[in-house]
Design a protein around this ligand. Structure first.
Ligand code: ZN
Ligand code: ZN
Ligand code: ZN
Length: 372
């Protein structure tokens, strides 16, 4: 559960309603998930019973909940922010939702939360066959992408806990341990340093490092390996996400060379960030360095992703994204080079756009770290 009392949910609800209106939508329909947590401070598990927040440009927000979850909703920040309408087992919640969507619901245009279950959306569509639906992220993505000061502070705390996790793991022995054991140690450190939960732990040793999303497996780490460590968790609801690549013992010359290229690419992207710059230009800055070094084909993913209540959210730092960066946007910068069958290198930090530039939320050392 997110301690969200400090967040300005009333302001977020008002801005979401305005943005929905500006986008020509009659309402946003927000099911359990990060959008609901963001807007109303209510974060129940998504279930087969329908829970839906309705945000309209021309009316007060309303939260439809199963009767048995009414006390849970009432005790959350949503309880003091908006009207809660319960429905009972045996009743038709989609008919109730249709009524909350307003008098013109039958031919309305609605934004449905990206994380709304298909089963719920399809049941609603069957009730309103002539209504039009679009992804609510078209409206909410831009709102959530710009963090306020309290959110930046939570992301910074999460990043600091991830930095400490890296400091702890690099002091440990790698050679002779299975990837899975290192992953278990990383998970324990993430929690020990303040995360409530662990979201993911990638330990890609030797050739496994060339698979960017490799899950930690049974491979035993050997002297001479490069090891990609990419991990993160949630702290007060906000995500951390950091990658460092370490060398077990003296690194091979090509590991040093590729690491230096990725490091330079990451720095170039970092230096490209400031308000008004297109997100795609940050990707371009990193990619140019790697292409000029001759590894362009081995950098086959985008440079970064926004981060907040989710590990991956807008803005997307990807080729072709002309969206201008704005102060308060937080995202990863994580170029990588992957040599199939041999090794991979990736370096990732979370940064936030400031009024006149950029600030890194991660501070763990970025140079090639030699571990034992
Ligand atoms: Zn990733
Ligand atoms: Zn990552
Ligand atoms: Zn990432």
């Amino acid at each position: 559960m997110i301690p969200s009392m400090a967040h300005d949910h009333a302001g977020r609800l008002a801005r979401a309603g305005e943005a929905a209106g500006a986008a020509g939508l009659d309402a946003l329909i927000v099911a359990p998930g990060p959008d609901l947590a963001y807007l109303a401070g209510y974060d129940p598990p998504p279930l087969e019973r329908l829970t839906a927040l309705v945000v309209r440009p021309d009316g007060a927000p309303v939260l439809l909940v199963p009767e048995l979850e009414r006390p849970l909703a009432a005790a959350s920040p949503a309880g003091s922010l908006l009207a809660i309408v319960p429905w009972r087992d045996g009743a038709d919640p989609y008919a109730a939702l249709g009524r909350l969507l307003g008098p013109h619901a039958a031919r309305g245009r609605f934004g449905a939360a990206d994380r709304m279950w298909a089963s719920h959306l399809m049941a609603l569509q069957a009730r309103l066959p002539e209504a039009a639906f679009t992804a609510a992220s078209r409206v909410l993505g831009a709102l959530r992408a710009v963090k306020d000061a309290a959110e930046v502070e939570l992301l910074r705390s999460a990043a600091a806990a991830a930095d400490r996790t890296f400091d702890a793991i690099r002091a440990e022995r790698f050679a002779g341990r299975a990837e899975r054991e290192v992953a278990a140690a990383l998970s324990a450190h993430l929690v020990a340093f303040g995360h409530e939960t662990v979201s993911f732990v990638i330990v890609g040793s030797g050739p496994n490092g060339a698979s960017p999303h490799h899950e930690a497996g049974d491979r035993v780490i050997e002297p001479g390996d490069a090891v990609v460590l990419d991990f993160g968790g949630r702290l007060s609801g906000y995500a951390s996400d950091i990658t460092r690549t370490v060398a077990v013992g003296e690194p091979a010359p090509q590991v040093r060379e590729v690491h230096a290229v990725v490091r330079a690419a990451q720095r170039a992207a970092f230096e490209a960030v400031r308000p008004g710059v297109a997100a795609g230009d940050v990707d371009r800055a990193a990619r140019r360095v790697i292409e000029e070094a001759g590894y362009g084909r081995q950098f086959f993913h985008r440079t970064g992703h926004g981060i907040g209540l989710e590990e991956h959210e807008p803005p997307w730092i990807v080729q072709g994204n002309g969206e201008p960066l704005r102060p308060g946007m937080a995202f990863s910068i994580e170029p990588g080079v992957y040599l199939e069958g041999r090794f991979g290198v990736r370096i990732e930090d979370i940064v936030v756009v400031t009024d006149d530039g950029v600030r890194s939320l991660n501070e763990a050392p970025r140079d090639l770290t030699v571990v034992s």
